[in-house]
Design a binder for this molecule. Structure first.
Ligand SMILES: [Fe+2]
Length: 342
């Protein structure tokens, strides 16, 4: 660990010395584990360093300075305004009404062996602050049929602080999901969660790529770290093992990297982050997507050049656990070869 990260960690530790030592030991253990996986500490150290800076300054920093999800005093103001407008309790009930959406995607380069291959896509759980949605998800999951599950980040409610409540609430949810499960980190997540997430059976893609095989054919599934706030995404590294012309899917918490993904040659981009606006005007018109993104890429299926994309509005809600005109979802993406009957 670099001197900078260690010093920042120590200064962030306001509790007893023994707790501080425990935390440093835990960070060392996580870095060693990630080092073995990733072949070096550079990326993990960078991610952890930015997280430490962020925890010391919740207004955030980076290229986009202000992020509403980090401004915690605004939460009670929003909650109060919703209560005054009479929308709060309806919004609370909506936040637990998780829908199952079907997205049929017709793809030119999909190997015929994958015709009908189905991915279950779950995004933005914010598991520790959405008990109603987690319970509904647990009811829905056993009845679904799919080949593979992908999680596109934001497992924790807050953007800083303890993560154990989020991973603890995810564990019974994950027990109801069929393997294999792949995931990426979001802007609400800490890299310190990775060992817990992997211990519960999620193969985390930290700017990495995996081969998925069916019959004698293969496709590539890549995943990048958060490109919205932490900006430690590395598409070039994630795509480095993908042969030119091979069919590939990219998981990214935010769809904001749609241009980089399309021009890197990915066939499909799956993301979340926007919550579809979460609190919308009638007609699901978002007040904000909290993203640098064209509005039509903010929710549901879209296309950019030859790349198909999908932005999940997510399962959980953040800032305040309400949804207005934007119900939560999980998605079944059914992949079809272009030109072949379904
Ligand atoms: Fe989120």
């Amino acid at each position: 660990m670099s001197a900078g990260v260690r010093t920042a960690e120590i200064s962030a530790c306001f509790t007893a010395n023994s707790v501080c030592h425990q935390r440093l030991a835990m960070i060392e253990a996580i870095l060693s584990r990630l080092e073995q996986r990733l072949g070096g500490r550079f990326y993990a150290r960078q991610r952890l360093g930015i997280e430490t800076d962020h925890e010391a300054q919740i207004f955030g920093q980076g290229l986009t300075f202000f992020h509403i999800e980090n401004w915690y005093s605004v939460h009670s103001v929003i909650r109060g305004l919703l209560k005054l407008s009479g929308l709060y309790w309806r919004g609370r009930a909506n936040a637990a009404r998780v829908q199952v959406r079907i997205n049929d995607v017709h793809l030119k380069r999909l190997p015929p062996a994958f015709h009908g291959f189905t991915l279950l896509h779950i995004s933005d759980l914010h598991a520790d602050m959405n008990e109603g949605a987690m319970q509904r998800l647990e009811e829905i999951l056993p009845g679904l049929s799919y080949d593979l599950c992908v999680l596109t980040g934001d497992y924790r409610g807050a953007t800083f602080g303890p993560f154990e409540a989020a991973t603890a609430r995810m564990r019974p949810v994950l027990a109801r999901i069929k393997q294999p499960v792949y995931g990426v980190l979001g802007n609400h997540d800490t890299i310190r969660m990775v060992p817990d997430l992997e211990d519960m059976g999620i193969r985390m893609l930290l700017n990495e790529c995996e081969l998925v095989t069916r019959a004698s054919a293969s496709i590539y599934l890549a995943g990048i770290d958060d490109a919205h706030y932490f900006r430690v995404d590395n598409i070039e590294k994630a795509a480095s093992a993908i042969p030119h012309g091979a069919f590939s899917i990219l998981l990214s918490h935010t769809p904001e990297i749609y241009r980089q993904a399309a021009h890197a040659g990915f066939d499909l981009l799956l993301g979340g982050h926007t919550h579809g606006g979460q609190v919308c005007l009638p007609g699901s018109i978002p007040l904000t997507l909290e993203s640098n993104l064209p509005r039509h890429l903010g929710a549901g299926a879209w296309k950019y050049h030859a790349m198909a994309g999908y932005t999940s509005v997510g399962v959980g809600s953040s800032i305040v656990a309400v949804r207005i005109n934007c119900l939560p979802e999980i998605t079944l993406h059914r992949l079809w070869c272009e030109g072949l009957p379904q």
